[in-house]
Ligand binder design. Structure first.
Ligand code: C2E
Ligand code: CA
Ligand code: CA
Length: 925
C-alpha cells in the first residue's frame, strides 16, 4: 500500500513536471493568471493619459503622416497644459521637409527633459542575410529627448503579456517608454508581465485633435504622463492582450506604464515554488490515510480551489503570478489515481453488467411476453419473473402473471412440473419431453394442455441487490391442445370405426386379431372369426335406394350386436360384409352359435322406412389354425367358408374346411382357363330348336354356349357364365356368341329365327344396340330374324339408357324375349314399360305339369297375360308329351325342350329344321 502510494506520488510529480517543462501547461498557466486578473480588477493611477491619433483626428487633418509641425504644436500645447512627460509612440526616424522637422526640433528643445521618442529594433530581411535594424529618431530630435524602446513581444499564441524594461543596443541602454515614464526602473534586458487587472478602459484617452483645438479640460493633462500614439484602425498599431482584448500600441504602453507605476510588474513564479508545491502534494499523498474515494476527490477539488484562491490572493496582494497549473495537474492526476484505485473495479463492472443484464432482460421479457405459446418463467423463490400474454389467456387468468407467486396463480399440475425440475440436482438431466394434462380452468372448462418444464441456470443480480448469483429458473412452456386432441381422437376413431354403423371397421378387426395372435395365453389365441354377408343386398340397394340400404345395414348391425357374446367384437368390413371375432376357450362354439343366430335373425323381416324387407344372410366360420400367419389368414378362411355358404344357396352357415380352399384354388384355375379359352377357340355355339306348337315346325333356334376344354371336357354355361360375368369376360364372350350365331344362322332357311342370350352385365357395360347392329351386318342376318333373350335382372340395374337401347333394338326389328319368366321379381310393370315381344316361361313351371295345380295355374295366368298384352309365349323345358298336351290346351305358341331336341352343334341341328313327320305325328297323338 505504502509502496503503491509512493509510486503514485512519484508518478504524479513526474507527470506534472513533465507537463510543465514540456510547455504543455503554459496555456493553463496563462489562463489561470488571466483569470485572476479578470477576477480582481483594479483602477489605474490616473497619471497616465493616452493621446490618440484617432480616426477623428486623421479625418480632421486630412492626411497621414502629418506635417511634423503639428507634432511640434502638440508638444507646445501639452507643455502648456502642464503634462509632466510626453512620450511619442511615433516613428520619427526619417527626415521630412526641413521646416516641419525644424519646428519639431524646436518644440522638443523647448520641452527639454519631458519628451521621450520611440525607438525600436526591427529584424530586416533584405535578401539572404537578416540583420537587426535599429530604428531610432533623427539625431536633431533625439538630442533633447529621451529615447524609449517600444518593442512589443508576442507570445507564441499571438497574445502580448510581457513588456521589456528596456534593451541594450551596441552597449547603450535604451529603457522602454513605460520604464522611462514610470521613473527610471532599469532592469534592462528583462521583461515583466503587464498586470491586466488594471482596467485599461479607465485610462484616460484624449483625441489628439481636441488637444490641438484646445477643447480639452486642462485638468486632464496637468501633471500627467502622456503617451501619444496611433489609435486609428487604419494605422494598424493593435495588439491582443489578456482581459482587455485588443488594444492600441499606445494603450499597451500605458498599461505597462501603469503596471510599473503601481508596482504590479508581475514576477514570474519560480520553478522552486512549483517544485516545492509538488513535493508538498507528494508528501500529502503519502501521508493521507485511507478515505473514501469520493471524500478524497472532494478534498482534492477543495484543495485545488483553495490553492487557486491563495494564488489569486498572492497575485493581487504581492503581484506574484504563481504557476499553479502543475499543482492542478498533480491534483487531477491524483484524483484520477484515486478514482482508478479506490473505485471498486468489480463494482464498476458489476454495474455495467447490471445495465447490460437489464437490457437483455428487457428484451427477453418482451420476447417472452409476445410468445405464441404460454411461457412462464419462475425463479428459485417461486416468483414469476416473465410470462407471455398467451399464458394468461390459456389459463384464463385476467391478470399478468409477472411478479406473482407461481404457486398461487399456476394450476397445480404445472406447479408440480416446476417443483420437479427445481428438485433435480443436475439440471441437464431434466426431461424435455412434453406431456399432456387435462386441467380444469378457473372458468370450469376442461382443457388439454401440453406442457414441458425446462430449467436454466442463470447468473443474475438479485432484486434485493448484492453481487451476481447463479440461480435456477424453471420455464414452463405450454399450449392448449384441446381441439387438436379432439381432432386427433376423431381421426383415430374414424380410422378404426365405421361411420355408418358405428361398429369397428376392418382396421380395428386386424388390430384386435393381431393382439389375439400375439397373446401368450393359448386360450386367448384359440380364436374364431365369423364373416357374415347379406344375400342379394345389392338388389335392395338397387330397388329401394341407397338410403334404405344404409338403414338396413344399421339394423343388421344392431341385430348382430344384440346377440354378440361378451368379449367378442363385431365389425363392418365394408359393403354388406360383417365380421365377428371371438377368443378364448369357447371361441369356436361361440362363433358357430353367433353365425347361426345371426343368419336366423337376419332372416326375420325388417321394417325399414316403410318397407318390409325380406333378406337372408350367409355366414362363414373359421377357427384359429396353427398354420395362420396373421389376421389376414383367418379372415380369408372365414371368407372362403362364407363363399361356400353362398354357393350352397345362401341363408346358411358354413364352417371352414381345408377342402374349401381347394374349391377356391379350383375356381382360380377356372378363371385362368376361361381367360384363355376365347383365344384358344374353345367355345362353341350350340343350338336348341324352338318349335311352333301349332304346326310342329322349327320356328327358331336358341344359341347356347358350350366350352370344350381339353381336360374338363364339355363345360356347361351354368358352370362358367357366372364366372365370365364375375371376371369381366362376358362382354367379349357375348359379342363372340352374337357374331358367330348370326353368321351361322344367316345361312339357314330364312324362316328360322335366332335367339341369343344376353347377360344383364353386358347391357350395363356395352352399347348393345351398336353391337347387335354390327353383328347382324357382319353375319348378314336380317334384324327381324333375331331375338335377344334377357332376364328380369336387367331391369334391376339402374340404367337410364336401358329403355332407349331396347327401343332402338326394337325399331331395328330385333325381338326382345323375357327369359326365365316367373323366377325373378316378376314385376308385371316391366312388361308394359319395356318393348318386350316374347315371354319365356321358366321351365320350373313346365316340369311338374300337369300334375302340380300351382304350376298349372301359373301357366294359365301367364298364358292369358301374354294374350292380353299381345306377347308371344314360349314354354321351356318340355320333356314329356303330357306337358305338350297341357300347354296346347292353353294355346301356348312355342315350345322348347329335350322332347323336341337337345342343344346341339350347328351341323347336327340343320337336319332337324324340316319338320319331321315323326314329330308331327307325336304332336297329333
Ligand atoms: P336358358 O337361357 O334358360 O337356356 C335354356 C337351358 O335349358 C339350357 O341349358 C338348355 O340346355 C336347357 N334345356 C332345354 N330344354 C330342356 C329340357 O327339356 N329339360 C332340361 N332339364 N333342360 C332343358 P344350358 O345350355 O346349360 O344353359 C344354361 C343357361 O346358360 C341358359 O339358360 C342361359 O341362361 C345361359 N347361357 C347359355 N348360353 C349363353 C350365352 O351364349 N350367353 C349368355 N349370356 N348366357 C347363356
Ligand atoms: Ca335362354
Ligand atoms: Ca330360360
Amino acid at each position: 500500500m505504502r509502496l503503491r502510494r509512493a509510486v503514485a506520488a512519484a508518478l504524479i510529480i513526474l507527470v506534472a513536471l513533465a507537463a510543465h517543462w514540456g510547455g504543455l501547461l503554459r496555456p493553463l498557466n496563462h489562463a489561470l493568471t488571466s483569470l485572476r486578473m479578470y477576477s480582481e480588477p483594479r483602477q489605474p493611477t490616473g497619471d497616465v493619459v493616452v493621446v490618440d491619433i484617432d480616426a477623428k483626428s486623421i479625418a480632421t487633418i486630412g492626411s497621414w503622416p502629418w506635417p511634423r509641425r503639428l507634432h511640434a504644436e502638440l508638444i507646445d500645447r501639452l507643455v502648456e497644459l502642464g503634462a509632466s512627460d510626453i512620450a511619442f509612440d511615433i516613428d520619427f526616424s526619417a527626415a521630412t521637409n526641413p521646416t516641419d522637422d525644424a519646428a519639431l526640433e524646436a518644440a522638443i528643445a523647448r520641452a527639454a527633459g519631458k519628451i521621450t521618442l520611440a525607438a525600436f529594433v526591427q529584424k530586416q530581411t533584405t535578401g539572404a542575410d537578416s540583420a537587426v535594424a535599429f530604428n531610432r529618431p533623427l539625431a536633431r530630435f533625439a538630442k533633447n529627448a529621451w529615447m524609449g524602446s517600444v518593442n512589443v513581444r508576442q507570445d507564441s499564441d499571438g497574445i502580448v503579456r510581457q513588456f521589456g524594461y528596456g534593451l541594450i543596443l551596441d552597449g547603450k541602454v535604451i529603457p522602454s517608454i513605460p520604464s522611462i515614464l514610470a521613473g527610471g526602473i532599469s532592469r534592462t534586458g528583462r521583461e515583466f508581465s503587464i498586470d491586466f487587472s488594471i482596467d485599461t478602459r479607465a485610462i484616460d484617452r484624449i483625441s489628439l485633435i481636441d488637444v490641438l483645438r484646445g477643447t480639452v479640460d486642462p485638468q486632464r493633462l496637468a501633471g500627467k504622463k502622456v503617451i501619444v500614439g496611433a489609435q486609428a484602425v487604419e494605422l494598424r498599431d493593435f495588439f491582443n492582450v489578456p482581459v482587455a482584448g485588443t488594444i492600441s500600441g499606445a494603450m499597451l504602453q500605458a498599461a505597462a506604464t501603469e503596471t510599473l507605476l503601481q508596482g504590479r510588474a508581475l514576477e514570474p513564479s519560480s520553478v522552486w515554488v512549483e517544485v516545492a508545491g509538488l513535493m508538498l502534494i507528494a508528501l500529502a499523498v503519502l501521508a493521507i490515510g485511507r478515505v473514501r474515494w469520493s471524500t478524497m476527490v472532494a478534498a482534492l477539488i477543495a484543495i485545488a480551489a483553495l490553492t487557486e484562491a491563495a494564488a489569486a490572493m498572492i497575485q493581487k496582494e504581492y503581484a506574484f503570478a504563481t504557476n499553479t497549473a502543475p499543482w492542478h495537474v498533480a491534483f487531477a492526476t491524483f484524483a484520477i489515481a484515486v478514482l482508478v484505485s479506490e473505485i471498486d473495479i468489480r463494482e464498476l463492472l458489476q454495474n455495467m453488467w447490471r445495465l447490460r443484464a437489464s437490457n437483455a432482460e428487457a428484451l427477453l421479457t418482451k420476447v417472452v411476453a409476445d410468445n405464441f405459446a404460454g411461457v412462464v418463467v419462475v425463479d428459485e423463490t417461486g416468483i414469476v419473473r416473465a410470462a407471455s400474454r398467451s399464458a394468461s389467456e390459456l389459463l384464463n387468468l385476467r391478470r399478468s402473471l409477472i411478479g406473482a407467486a407461481a404457486r398461487e396463480v399456476l394450476p397445480p399440475e404445472l406447479m408440480a412440473g416446476i417443483d420437479a425440475v427445481m428438485a433435480v440436482p443436475e439440471f441437464d438431466r431434466v426431461s424435455r419431453r412434453p406431456s399432456v394434462t387435462v386441467l380444469t380452468r378457473r372458468d370450469g372448462q376442461e382443457r388439454a394442455i401440453e406442457h414441458v418444464t425446462t430449467v436454466s441456470e442463470v447468473e443474475s443480480v438479485p432484486a434485493e441487490g448484492g453481487g451476481l448469483r447463479r440461480q435456477r429458473v424453471a420455464t414452463v412452456t405450454f399450449t392448449d391442445v384441446t381441439e387438436q386432441r379432439a381432432a386427433e381422437a376423431q381421426i383415430a376413431y374414424m380410422a378404426r370405426f365405421d361411420a355408418l354403423t358405428e361398429l369397428p371397421n376392418r382396421n380395428l378387426v386386424i388390430e384386435r386379431l393381431e393382439d389375439v395372435f400375439a397373446s401368450k395365453d393359448t386360450a386367448v389365441r384359440a380364436s374364431a372369426v365369423v364373416c357374415l354377408d347379406l344375400d342379394g343386398f345389392k338388389n335392395v340397394n338397387d330397388s329401394l335406394g341407397h338410403q334404405t340400404g344404409d338403414l338396413l345395414l344399421q339394423a343388421v348391425a344392431q341385430k348382430a350386436t344384440a346377440i354378440l357374446p361378451h368379449g367378442a367384437m363385431v365389425a363392418r368390413l365394408g359393403g354388406d360384409e360383417f365380421a365377428a371375432i371371438f377368443s378364448g376357450k369357447t371361441a369356436s362354439e361361440d362363433a358357430v352359435e353367433f353365425a347361426t343366430r345371426a343368419v336366423h335373425k337376419v332372416n326375420l323381416p325388417f321394417d325399414i322406412a316403410g318397407h318390409r324387407i325380406l333378406i337372408s344372410a350367409s355366414a362363414g366360420v373359421a377357427l384359429a389354425d396353427a398354420r395362420d400367419r396373421g389376421p389376414d389368414d383367418i379372415l380369408k378362411r372365414a371368407d372362403v367358408a362364407l363363399s361356400r355358404a353362398k354357393a350352397n344357396g345362401g341363408n346358411g352357415v358354413a364352417i371352414f374346411e381345408r377342402r374349401m380352399l381347394e374349391a377356391v384354388v379350383e375356381r382360380q384355375k377356372l378363371e385362368l382357363d376361361l381367360w384363355q379359352a376365347l383365344e384358344r377357340e374353345e367355345f362353341e355355339v350350340w343350338y336348341q330348336p324352338q318349335v311352333e306348337l301349332r304346326t310342329g315346325r322349327v320356328a327358331g333356334v336358341e344359341a347356347l354356349l358350350r366350352w370344350r376344354h381339353p381336360d374338363r371336357g364339355l363345360v356347361m354355361p351354368g358352370d362358367f357364365i357366372p364366372v365370365a360375368e364375375a371376371i369381366g369376360l362376358i362382354d367379349e364372350l357375348g359379342q363372340w356368341v352374337l357374331e358367330t350365331a348370326c353368321a351361322e344362322v344367316a345361312t339357314w332357311p330364312a324362316d328360322v329365327r335366332l335367339a341369343v342370350n344376353v347377360s344383364s352385365a353386358q347391357f350395363a357395360r356395352c352399347d348393345m344396340a351398336a353391337l347387335v347392329a354390327s353383328a347382324l351386318e357382319k353375319g348378314n342376318l336380317p334384324a327381324s330374324r333375331l331375338d335377344l333373350e334377357i332376364t328380369e335382372s336387367v331391369f334391376l340395374q339402374p340404367s337410364s339408357t336401358l329403355h332407349d337401347v331396347l327401343t332402338s333394338l326394337r325399331s331395328m326389328g330385333v325381338g326382345i324375349a323375357l327369359d326365365d319368366f316367373g323366377t325373378g321379381y316378376s314385376s308385371l310393370g316391366y312388361l308394359q314399360k319395356f318393348p318386350i315381344t316374347k315371354i319365356k316361361l321358366d321351365r320350373q313351371f313346365v316340369a311338374d305339369l300337369p300334375a302340380n295345380a300351382g304350376s298349372a295355374a301359373i301357366v294359365r295366368a301367364v298364358a292369358s297375360l301374354a294374350r292380353e298384352l299381345k306377347l308371344q309365349l314360349n314354354a321351356e323345358g318340355v320333356e314329356m308329351v303330357a306337358q305338350v298336351a297341357f300347354l296346347n290346351a292353353y294355346g301356348i305358341d312355342e315350345v322348347q325342350g329335350y322332347l323336341y331336341g337337345r342343344p346341339a352343334p350347328a351341323r347336327d341341328i340343320i337336319g332337324t329344321l324340316e319338320p319331321s313327320t315323326e314329330g308331327v305325328a307325336r304332336l297329333r297323338a
